[in-house]
Design a protein around this ligand. Structure first.
Ligand code: ADP
Length: 500
């Protein structure tokens, strides 16, 4: 029998019973649009200045959360691509390959600091143009973009330590084509290592999210980087294709769909161009029965729902060990119900707008397909705004390994849940995918982590966490997820010829 002392009895009397009222919501906390300035029209940033497109054509970029037009941007034709490549070539030959490496580093440091100074404005513009929650652009995209510039600025005058006993030579002009899911961050991933190694750049952002790259062009102009070292041009697939086919570009760096990646690979076959491709993914996120379940569930939510699943490395295939599947599904359902979907500028929002009407249609196609294939669909009961492009966080159970929702990239907040019994079975299932970009393992045992990560065919594998990035760490895939690495030392080697 426990002895109840007088003191303990008194304390017991004073216990306050907390009652949780589940019928409440956060008050809106919107970030202010007025802290960002967006021009009504943008030209092409070529040779250190703004040039009108030769076609005189412009296209609109809209806010996917409201469908309102934010600005119109120039549509670069082949002639404009030519101008940008000529500017980059001249800048390369005249000064960029000749200036001392530490001077290159100073410019890159300056750009990094200016991104930090304009962090709030950049985050707001990223959210307005792309639909992602401000929490994501403020806490992840913009600081990580600045960190990439800082990291590679540090390498600029230390390349002999990066590649001991070898001499490095820049490749020349790099043509960089980026997607719409991390516009500023992808630009940073690509521009920073190219500049640090002495290359010049022509960069094209995606047609639905050009605005932060154009803001970066303004920063680059203010930084006094010599004209032509970085050129930023806007346009859609035809502009990208003109870059890929340009004879005076030495290196193509592309992040985007596997479909376009294949077109690019065919286009450059037989030329001297080098290429790095970062393509699609269908990451397996694996939870073993010995894992800390609540932590794993939160990792799964973070891996697929935050940022609307618009992440190539999203944990879109969840493998759960059979003994814990009921518990995991129950907890996931509970957690999905609490996710806040809505105004991306609101600081409380977890899930923002889908990037475009076209992407929303793709997601709907897969939701229909999943049901037709016999999987059971569960979605949050949240209300969606009447304007804009929205998708509720959704999950499928009873998914077969062979079904299309387990094999193909959906690129939306849609999770496919599968089960397994043994290590060998889950390795076989996880590797049974045309992709191999990323994966996750949740277990209490370090030995199991090493065993799994050795046998899984994925470029990045997270253990007891998910979607963590750092400029020092390389990123890239196997199989149809592409080849070459960005980030870290590996990211430097993609932009140099090693001699000796
Ligand atoms: P997503 O499906 O993620 O939109 P895409 O591969 O279609 O990916 O687009 C990624 C980038 O590639 C965008 O900047 C887009 O304009 C560009 N792009 C599209 N088609 C081509 C092409 N044929 N050649 C070069 N770039 C292209």
């Amino acid at each position: 029998m426990p002895v109840v002392t007088k003191k303990k009895a008194a304390a017991k009397k004073n216990v306050i019973k907390l009652k949780f009222d589940t019928n409440w919501s956060y008050a809106p906390a919107p970030e202010s649009k007025s802290a960002a300035s967006i021009n009504s029209q943008y030209d092409l940033f070529i040779n250190g200045g703004w040039q009108k497109p030769s076609s005189k054509k412009y296209f609109n970029t809209i806010n996917p959360a409201t469908e309102e037009t934010l600005s119109e941007v120039a549509d670069a034709s082949e002639t404009d691509v030519n101008k940008a490549v000529t500017a980059a070539r001249n800048a390369y030959e005249k000064y960029w390959k000749k200036i001392p490496a530490k001077e290159r580093g100073k410019y890159i440091f300056r750009i990094a600091r200016m991104i930090q100074e304009k962090a709030r404005e950049l985050a707001i513009i990223e959210t307005l143009d792309g639909g992602k929650p401000i929490r994501e652009s403020r806490d992840f995209d913009v600081p990580t973009a600045a960190n990439h510039f800082f990291y590679y600025a540090g390498w600029a005058d230390k390349l002999e330590y990066a590649f001991p006993n070898r001499r490095t030579e820049p490749l020349g002009v790099a043509g960089q084509i980026i997607p719409w899911n991390f516009p500023l961050l992808m630009a940073a991933w690509k521009i920073a290592p190219a500049l640090a190694t002495g290359n010049t750049v022509v960069l094209k952002p995606a047609e639905t999210t050009p605005l932060t790259a154009l803001k970066l062009a303004e920063i680059i102009q203010e930084s006094d980087l010599p004209p032509g070292v970085v050129n930023i041009i806007t346009g859609a697939g035809a502009t990208g294709a003109a870059m890929v086919n340009h004879p005076d570009i030495n290196k193509i760096v592309f992040t985007g769909s596997t479909e376009v990646g294949k077109i690019i690979q065919r286009a450059i076959a037989g030329t001297n161009k080098k290429v790095t491709l970062e393509l699609g993914g269908k990451a397996a996120n694996i939870i073993f029965e010995d894992a800390p379940i609540d932590q794993a569930v939160e990792g799964v939510i973070n891996g697929i729902y935050f940022n609307q699943g618009h992440v190539c490395c999203a944990g879109s295939r969840l493998y759960v060990q059979e003994s814990i599947v009921k518990e995991v599904i129950r907890k996931l359902k509970d957690r999905i119900e609490t996710l806040i979907v809505g105004d991306p500028l609101d600081k409380n929002t977890d899930i923002g707008a889908i990037n475009s009407q076209q992407q929303l249609e793709t997601i709907h196609k897969y939701l229909k397909l999943g049901k037709q294939e016999g999987a059971e669909m569960y979605e949050s009961s949240c209300r969606l705004p009447s304007k804009g492009f929205w998708c509720r966080p959704t999950m499928f159970t009873n998914v077969a390994q062979s079904s299309r929702i387990a094999q193909e990239e959906i690129f939306g907040p849609v999770l496919s849940i599968l089960t397994f019994r043994t290590d060998d079975e889950v390795i076989e299932k996880a590797n049974n995918s045309p992709y191999g970009l990323s994966a996750g393992v949740w277990t209490d045992k370090g030995s199991k982590i090493f065993n799994m990560t050795k046998r899984m065919r994925a470029g990045v594998i997270w253990a007891n966490t998910f979607n963590k990035f750092d400029p020092t760490s390389p990123f890239g895939g196997y199989k149809e997820s592409g080849f070459g690495r960005e980030g870290g030392l590996h990211g430097l080697s993609a932009y140099v010829n090693l001699i000796g």
